[in-house]
Design a protein around this ligand. Structure first.
Ligand SMILES: NC(=O)c1ccc[n+]([C@@H]2O[C@H](COP(=O)([O-])OP(=O)(O)OC[C@H]3O[C@@H](n4cnc5c(N)ncnc54)[C@H](OP(=O)(O)O)[C@@H]3O)[C@@H](O)[C@H]2O)c1
Length: 254
């Protein structure tokens, strides 16, 4: 299957590198020319080419992947002539299928939320609805999660936006440790090791999250105390409010 990407930026680069190291490595890929530097670098990979125009990407592919930013989506996508039966996978946050269908006339549209980890085949990618070719692609890049309704998909989208907060939490903890006299390098090394190991636990142990918290919190100990203080101080409520805001934002977009 020939894959066409419109929008050759961060997420396209991760997907293309991941695909070229996957079971689907033989599938030809055609890229749009923007971003020029990213496209030129990816074109060094086998069976990856750069098309002369966005329409040329559409014309050269069997499955079209849309990966431009939401702000430019309409201006980029509306002018394209897409055959109605051509499968389209949109990665564009918040852009509804009905809107895309209205812009393009395409009838086989699905949405997906790949994250940078697809490059290492460790992506867990929600696909809504679970269009077979998209499921095959994201299964090759890790795990493809079939999603059957919009609210569930938008809940995944809100959850996917926690990446910045994860690092932000570590940033805050690191700054606090530095304020106690540690060097930034020592504090960061400690936190990287600690949270890297916790990431391994998450991946490897299927226990419920509350169970993992308890397993890592001695009764009456410091871990238990910090989590209680965090919740009492409004940390849990702030997280819920932020997720709700992200959910409302993706639901409210066109
Ligand atoms: N990054 C992620 O982890 C992630 C995850 C899931 C979904 N997404 C979604 O994927 C989309 C792309 O995100 P991104 O992070 O990859 O953004 P990005 O790095 O900014 O990539 C967007 C690309 O679109 C190109 N572009 C702009 N105008 C264009 C045009 N007229 N024709 C063709 N290409 C054009 C840009 O080129 P120039 O640089 O030349 O402007 C850029 O290469 C967004 O809608 C985002 O919501 C991203």
């Amino acid at each position: 299957m020939r894959l066409g990407f419109i929008g050759t930026g961060t997420i396209t680069a991760h997907m293309v590198r991941g695909l070229k190291a996957s079971a689907l490595a033989e599938w030809p890929i055609v890229l749009s020319s923007r971003n020029e530097a990213v496209a030129a670098e990816l074109a060094l990979l086998p069976r990856v080419t750069v098309a002369a125009s966005n329409q040329a990407v559409v014309d050269a592919c069997d499955l079209l992947i849309l990966a431009v930013r939401p702000q430019v989506a309409e201006a980029v996508i509306r002018p394209l002539a897409i055959p109605p039966t051509r499968p389209v996978v949109s990665l564009i946050a918040g852009l509804h299928i009905a809107t895309l269908a209205d812009w393009t006339g395409a009838q086989d549209i699905c949405r997906a939320i790949p994250l940078p980890f697809v490059e290492r085949h460790q992506g867990v990618t929600p696909v809504f609805p679970p269009q077979p070719a998209a499921m095959q692609i994201f299964a090759a890049l890790g795990t493809a999660l079939p999603v059957h309704d919009l609210a569930a998909y938008d809940a995944y989208a809100a959850g996917s936006a926690l990446m910045g907060s994860y690092f932000g939490l570590l940033e805050k903890a690191c700054a606090w440790m530095v304020a106690q006299g540690l060097s930034e390098a020592d504090a960061a090394r400690y936190l990287r090791g600690l949270f890297g190991s916790l990431g391994d636990v998450l991946r490897e142990k299927p226990a419920a999250l509350a169970q993992l918290r308890e397993d890592h919190s001695t009764k009456g100990g410091l871990n238990e105390m910090i989590f209680q203080r965090f919740v009492q101080g409004g940390g849990g409520a702030a997280m819920e409010a932020a997720l709700t805001a992200a959910f409302n934002r993706v639901q409210g977009w066109a």
